[in-house]
Design a protein around this ligand. Structure first.
Ligand SMILES: O=P(O)(O)O[C@H]1[C@H](O)[C@@H](O)[C@H](O)[C@H](O)[C@@H]1O
Ligand SMILES: [Mg+2]
Length: 281
């Protein structure tokens, strides 16, 4: 049977590389603006790269063939709804704060979902020049080399990643740091954070760390990473131990269930609205 999405997968890899190269070339002066809070940054480059990605995909597959969820389009009021239709989920610059500051982890993240399930994902870590990709049932790769999660089962010998997000309300920050303190004191070998959820998930997939969890991420930060982690042999769970939900803005990704469940025991959950919550009038 003909593979229905191979062409889209190959095209996504090419578009992610092109987008990353535009990003690398950069603007001589970065214009920084803010979104949900004063520390939720966006630049003209984010907007420009997203437009280029979406227009390339429309040009290749037809104006109305697929749906799109793009970080900057949603910020400008486009709907964020995942239906059963083939849908591209795009973060043009994951790690915008890193980009603004010259901290060297910035990724382009492109995922493709059908029937609400991610079919393939591509994360191009553009400053490292590493292309991570995975397709459902076909394995995960970094620069065409197969990748696999760590086989570590001992939490005491693990490295865990988390991030602080962009919400600085004191109650949430207290819970985030309390969780981190509890995990650090299990104890684990270390806590890390690259500043980009997409890259963090690739680090789980390569076995460099055992787990990455965050409350407050968005579907575009993690959609490509979800399939990369799964195809590398890892698992995804909700922060309460239930099934993972791409639109819920909460996630634990790990090398195995043992490590995931041990972390979940320590997570102090705080409320975040869903990505697909109806817009307030
Ligand atoms: O806004 P961009 O696309 O750079 O992405 C986010 C990161 O991916 C999060 O892990 C991280 O915690 C931040 O929320 C950050 O905003
Ligand atoms: Mg992002």
């Amino acid at each position: 049977m003909e593979d229905p999405w191979q062409k889209a997968y190959d095209f996504a890899v090419a578009v992610a590389r092109k987008a990353g190269e535009i990003r690398k070339a950069g603007e001589s002066e970065i214009r920084v603006m803010t979104k949900s809070s004063t520390v939720d940054l966006v630049t003209k480059t984010d907007e420009r790269v997203e437009k280029i990605i979406i227009s390339s995909l429309k040009e290749e597959f037809g104006e109305d063939a697929h749906c799109f969820i793009g970080e900057e389009s949603v910020a400008k009021g486009e709907p964020c709804v995942l239906s059963d239709k083939p849908t591209w989920i795009i973060d043009p610059v994951d790690g915008t704060t890193n980009f603004v500051h010259g901290f060297p982890f910035v990724a382009v993240s492109i995922a493709f979902a059908v029937n609400k399930e991610v079919e393939f994902g591509v994360v191009y870590s553009c400053l490292e020049d590493k292309m991570y990709k995975a397709r459902k049932g076909k394995g995960a790769f970094c620069d065409d080399e197969p990748i696999q999660v760590s086989d570590m089962k001992d939490i005491n010998k693990s490295i865990i990643i988390s991030e602080h997000g962009t919400d600085r309300s004191p109650e949430k920050v207290t819970k985030i740091f309390s969780t981190m303190q509890k995990i650090l004191c299990i104890p684990v070998h270390g806590l890390r954070g690259s500043g980009t959820a997409a890259t963090n998930m690739c680090l789980v997939a390569t076995g460099a760390v055992e787990a990455f969890f965050e409350i407050g991420i968005h579907c575009w930060d993690i959609a490509a990473g979800v399939i990369i982690v799964k195809e590398a042999g890892g698992i995804l769970l909700d922060v309460d131990g239930g099934p993972f939900d791409l639109m819920s803005r909460r996630m634990v990704s790990a090398n195995n269930e043992l490590i995931a469940k041990r972390i979940i025991k320590e997570i102090e959950i705080f409320p975040v609205g869903r990505d697909d919550a109806p817009a307030e009038k």
